[in-house]
Design a protein around this ligand. Sequence first.
Ligand code: SF4
Length: 272
Amino acid sequence: MAQHFQQQLLDELPEAVAIVGTGDYHKIVDVMQRVEKGDRVSLVSSEPTYIADETTPRYRTTSEGVAYLRIAEGCDYRCAFCIIPHLRGNQRSRTIESIVAEAKQLASEGVKEIILISQITTNYGKDIYGEPKLAELLRALGEVDVPWIRMHYAYPTGLTPQVVAAIRETHNVLPYLDLPLQHSHPEILRAMNRPFQAGINDAIVDRLKASIPGAVMRTTFIVGFPGETDEHAAHLLEFVKERQPTACQINYQQKKWKFGEMQSWRHNNLYH
Ligand code: SF4
């Protein structure tokens, strides 16, 4: 909200004393000091570039044994349905050393499960190393004394043989794949501006199942995307029936897919 509607928020919320952007939260102490002096502060960088590291104090809101660990922020893709790049900026990754240092700190605090997060975890490192370095990161985290490392938001195209091998061979990396596929039909994937994914879902899912037997696969789909026909919907349905993800979240975008219909579609087709 602050990133997108800063002036409107200031105009319409006279009681708001400060507007701080998504890339500016590290300046919050300075903002509060200015507010205490009576200033009304608007601090919203148009292109967020900040990412917190292991030296940034943090207050964890998860339960004691679990912690999120941000490995990169922002996204270089521009999917048609997504506002994240506009709010969070382009991708910037932390170094492997910085992430491992924070993982060790978390382990020493009693954390048992570290959840790696970013917008595209499989693109981790591309901005600072010139190529994705997720496999190297996972292997480095294998040296940290924490029982479970869980990876969120992998993208199908980034699950290279090197990454798959790192998942399989690193003792504390869970065989858990969070793959937001969004759809199966190439035309809808193109309309979603996810051309990097069109036509390869089948092969990737099959390869993953063969490479990491027993892996849990969670995914998300968008149904009712503008332009989706019955044929596209049937394609998606067939894909889900054949590939059988372990867990599946469905978001829907058009009134055509009424909530009740959606619930019964999901119940009848995914969980039987
Ligand atoms: S890859 Fe993910 S974060 Fe990036 S634009 Fe697409 S949906 Fe948004």
